[in-house]
Design a protein around this ligand. Structure first.
Ligand SMILES: Cc1cc2nc3c(=O)[nH]c(=O)nc-3n(C[C@H](O)[C@H](O)[C@H](O)COP(=O)(O)OP(=O)(O)OC[C@H]3O[C@@H](n4cnc5c(N)ncnc54)[C@H](O)[C@@H]3O)c2cc1C
Length: 772
């Protein structure tokens, strides 16, 4: 059965505490015809409640992070890894640097806050704890630096709120046995520590600070931070304090900035109604008071008539109302009210697996001990367990209808709501009736600016039944075509990858990219969605085509059950320059320019078995063009070159060894398995029994690959990787042994960090590849 067409785009911006739960809820109850997209700069979102435990060393990084790529895959949502710069509320577009603006219908923000650097020197000389996602990698760097320091130092934390307190206690615990520290200092502007907590709680905390020799400076705010560099080049920090009694002569190696945070600048710049401090103003339903299609939750939002503190617990509680109201808004139903909890349990971790708890306003006494930490830990672990989807069934993509949902979208059911186009006909035509409409096409084409070449006589902006190019005398025209199903959600990146993949054939043969025709299939959708998708795909594609001075001349765009994309590409070369794939010399070294594993990693991603970080690394590898690596390889004495794609390294290597029938010699190859460059996670995924659908067919060549040594078991998964189909894979070249090492050095210097010499061409009695 065909999935219902998509009619609306719902965007979630930021993987904050509310949105991660909205994604979980959407997985259980999507709306047919609505496509959900998460945009986040990071592939994993930290859970703030457990961050101090991570710093203390009680958790591993993956324990306290939600894998956003996997969560989206589970929820049937698209994941776009990017930072939204601002929103064009009139055009309903998210503006993101270095890519085409993304259109939406309804949008929700859960983007947190930015550090409130209010004093001179703080921004450059201190370490902001917010945003948390950026803090943790910085902390790891600082820890390494402190571990190698030979003199004792002071460490300061500005801000005595719950976050600053947990942070200083966690750092003290983490460093107490390994780093020479004079003192940890906590600077608190007010007199309460923490402010507005019961006095019994504050007393218990004061005793903890005393027992851990942490110096507390109450009523003493940092007013300036100066950098001082000693004669031997050591950098330290000096601070100025608001309290003259407490003048500090101490020098600090680090100051952590944990004071009240500020609102990001973009909500106000975008024209959203904001409170006096710049936080997005929302009503009782978490809906923007200025724009009905905008919602916001968590620290970035300020609810009218409420004075909610900025804490993750509120974002967590808002999730259910936010989810229901986003659905209600899309379905034109009444919105619900969110009432923030009047009292909430405060659990403050002391770094050493003990904690202090209170619930102001309820009469609950302040509690302390290791058992309180175990209590906190069980609450936190339960929260994080909601996002471990590795063993769960996957929800269908793109908000498709399925038996698990009862939600009816009036737009699809034919009950018109007025806001969307009326093309709600799920019976789709075939033949030329499946083409994307001329209006959509011309609107998209008008926005594209392909690279112009004088030898393209008829192209995109001089349309005719066919394109026309002139080929200068002495040049030959090379042609190639590649089309594949979408393997990633982000249409812009898909456009970039598809062009890279197609152009690799030309680069392998030492040709210049010249021109291209696009072959696009878009999933059935309303006109506005088709236009958005086509614009994204073609903008991504054009970015790479233009970088390669390759003219987009035209193409064919149709609708189908799923998105696919490809390019027919033309290249130019002088006949004598062309290099072939099946002409390697005996003794030449085999160089592979990119790491292997895209096939198995995306198969694993589809089954929720891949880490978001692995998927990101694989995507980055596919985004790397082979043009520069081809130029480098061809500058050295090269006897054969090909690009590694669907048949895997094994298939393409065999093609390289399959000389034409006129050749008398028979070639083989020696491959050193532990020299194969690998994408992170590829071997783990193969060892779990995962593989791409083409893997089995590629592995039919298995008998031609002989393991030469005894480490059969260790080598098993590396050998399997030879059959893994690659998308936008690397180039495989046979290079003279005299030049191979210099060639490799140049490749690495030019950004091909994974490039490796993986073996050599040998003479054989039959085509056989020995694996060492
Ligand atoms: C050390 C520490 C401990 C804490 N402990 C607790 C605790 O125990 N309990 C508690 O309730 N609170 C705690 N807090 C407070 C808590 O961190 C915040 O209140 C909470 O993180 C706010 O959550 P949020 O959902 O609003 O956004 P966040 O968790 O801040 O998430 C926002 C997300 O949006 C993304 N984003 C930002 N800008 C953009 C953009 N332009 N485009 C796309 N994405 C964007 C960010 O990368 C981030 O992933 C602690 C804070 C700290 C510093």
């Amino acid at each position: 059965m065909l999935a219902p067409p998509i009619y609306q785009d719902l965007f979630l911006i930021g993987g904050g505490h509310a949105h991660v739960q909205v994604l979980n809820m959407w997985a259980m109850q999507p709306i047919p015809g609505v496509r959900l997209t998460l945009i986040s700069p990071q592939a994993k979102a930290p859970y703030s409640g457990m961050l101090p435990g991570l710093i203390s060393g009680h958790y591993q990084e993956h324990d306290v992070h939600v894998d956003l790529a996997r969560l989206c895959q589970y929820a049937g949502a698209r994941f776009i890894q990017a930072e939204v710069e601002r929103v064009d509320l009139e055009k309903k577009q998210c503006i993101i640097q270095q890519r085409a603006a993304l259109g939406f219908d309804t949008i929700s923000f859960n983007t947190g806050i930015t550090p409130g650097f209010s004093v001179p020197g703080a921004e450059i000389n201190s370490v902001a704890v917010k945003p948390i996602a950026e803090f943790y990698p910085r902390w790891l760097g600082i820890k390494d630096r402190l571990l190698t320091r030979d003199t004792a130092c002071n460490i300061g934390v500005a801000g005595g709120g719950a976050a600053g307190i947990e942070l200083i206690l966690a750092m003290q615990h983490a460093l107490k046995d390994s780093v020479k520290i004079h003192h940890f200092h906590l600077f608190q502007k007010g007199l309460g520590l923490p402010e507005n907590y019961p006095s019994a709680f504050q007393k218990k905390l004061a005793a903890v600070f005393k027992s851990r020799a942490i110096k507390v400076h109450k009523g003493s705010a940092i007013t300036q931070i100066d950098e001082i560099v000693s004669a031997d080049g050591k950098r330290n920090l000096k601070i100025h304090l608001s309290d003259s009694q407490e003048k500090s002569d101490a020098e600090f190696s680090e100051i952590f900035w944990c004071t009240q945070a500020a609102a990001p600048a973009w909500p106000k710049k975008s024209g959203l109604a904001c409170d006096a401090e710049g936080f997005i103003q929302v009503n009782h339903a978490l809906q923007s008071t200025s724009h009905k299609f905008v919602f916001a939750a968590g620290d970035v939002a300020r609810q009218e008539h409420e004075n909610t503190p900025r804490a993750g617990v509120f974002a967590v509680r808002q999730a259910s109302t936010l989810f229901k109201n986003l659905q209600a808004c899309l379905l034109h139903k009444p919105l619900r009210t969110f009432k923030p909890q009047a009292h909430f349990l405060r659990l403050l971790a002391c770094g050493d697996q003990s904690a202090i708890a209170c619930k102001p306003g309820t009469g609950m006494p302040s509690l302390q001990g290791h058992w309180v930490w175990r209590w906190k830990n069980s609450i936190d672990q339960k929260f994080m367990a909601m996002f471990d989807h590795r063993a769960k069934p996957i929800m269908p993509k793109l908000g498709t209808s399925a038996s698990y949902t009862q939600t009816v979208n009036p737009i699809i059911s034919g009950e018109k709501t007025g806001s969307q186009s009326s093309d709600n006909n799920t019976m789709r035509c075939g033949g030329c009736g499946a083409k994307v409409g001329a209006d959509v096409l011309s609107r998209v084409i008008r926005q594209l600016q392909p690279f112009e070449r004088s030898d393209v006589l008829l192209g995109l902006h001089t349309p005719d039944d066919a394109s026309a190019i002139t080929v200068a005398p002495g040049n030959v025209l090379l042609q190639s075509v590649d089309v594949f199903r979408a393997l990633i959600d982000d249409p812009f990146l898909l456009g970039e990858i598809a062009v890279n993949h197609a152009l690799s054939d030309l680069f392998a043969m030492n040709a210049q990219a010249h021109s291209a025709l696009a072959i696009v299939t878009l999933p059935f959708a309303g006109e506005a969605i088709v236009e958005r998708d086509l614009f994204q795909i073609m903008s991504g594609a054009l970015k790479v085509l233009n970088d390669n001075q390759c003219t987009l001349m035209g193409g064919h765009t149709s609708e189908g059950a799923e998105m696919s994309l490809g390019f027919s590409v033309n290249g130019l070369a002088r006949a004598e320059q062309i290099s072939r794939k099946n002409t390697p010399r005996v003794g030449d070294k085999l160089i592979l320019t990119k790491a292997l594993g895209t096939g198995v990693l995306f198969a694993a991603h589809n089954q929720l078995q891949a880490d978001g970080q692995w998927v990101k690394e694989a995507t980055d590898s596919m985004l790397q063009s082979n043009r520069v690596s081809a130029e480098i390889l061809h500058r050295h004495s090269l006897s054969a070159c090909t690009d590694v794609t669907g048949f895997g390294l094994a298939g393409h290597l065999l093609e390289m060894l399959a000389q034409d029938t006129s050749s008398e010699s028979v070639l083989g190859a020696h491959i050193t398995l532990n020299q194969l460059p690998l994408l992170s996670g590829a071997i783990q995924c193969l060892a779990k029994g995962l593989s791409s659908t083409l893997h089995t067919q590629n592995a039919r060549n298995e008998e031609k690959f002989v393991l030469a040594n005894h480490q059969q078991e260790d080598a098993k998964w590396l050998r399997e990787l030879l059959f893994d189909p690659q998308t936008s894979g690397g180039l495989l070249a046979a290079v003279s042994p005299d030049e191979a090492f210099n060639c490799l050095k140049e490749l690495k210097q030019s950004g091909f960090q994974s490039a490796a010499i993986i073996g050599e061409i040998v003479e054989g009695s039959k085509t056989q590849i020995e694996l060492f």
